[in-house]
Design a protein around this ligand. Structure first.
Ligand code: DQA
Length: 146
């Protein structure tokens, strides 16, 4: 089974970016942790980050019938992008939405997500560990639905 880990805008700056909200790990370090866990679970993991809505949408389209599960942190697009939501619905790939910070504890404009009602689940506020929790969920979800 194949899992795609997608990260949206500004997440390439993790480590340096607002550590009080997002922690001190770089995206490369987070991806390495998730990859190690995926290998243990016998899952093939691809990681992709982009600051461009278009590139994220194209990546989702390219995953059609090739990827079994998506873990996505849409970052700021969480609160703005009907197009990214529609891309996920178009390919019908089950997904979990992840946020490092607890978006409900922050500014009101972060409280709404265009993704949550279509997601299998939502993880927020657990920091980088949230991605690992999502991977464990995905492994169990895929085993159950195999
Ligand atoms: C985020 C939360 C979003 O509100 C913000 O725009 C991000 C990161 C998070 O992981 O906590 O870029 O998705």
């Amino acid at each position: 089974p194949k899992i795609l880990l997608l990260n949206g805008p500004n997440l390439n700056m993790l480590g340096a970016r607002e550590p009080k909200h997002y922690g001190s790990l770089s995206l490369a370090a987070i991806e390495a942790n998730v990859r190690a866990l995926a290998e243990k679970c016998g899952l093939n993991l691809e990681c992709f980050q982009s600051n461009s809505e278009e590139k994220l949408i194209d990546k989702i389209h390219d995953s059609f019938q090739k990827v079994d599960f998506i873990i996505i942190n849409p970052a700021a697009f969480t609160h703005t992008s009907v197009a990214l939501r529609d891309a996920l619905l178009a390919v019908s790939i089950p997904f979990v939405e992840v946020h490092l910070s607890n978006i409900h504890k922050r500014e009101p404009f972060r409280h709404h997500s265009y993704f949550s009602d279509a997601a299998e689940g939502v993880i927020c506020g657990l920091g980088a560990k949230g991605y690992e929790c999502a991977l464990i969920f995905a492994a169990e979800f895929l085993a159950k639905n195999a």
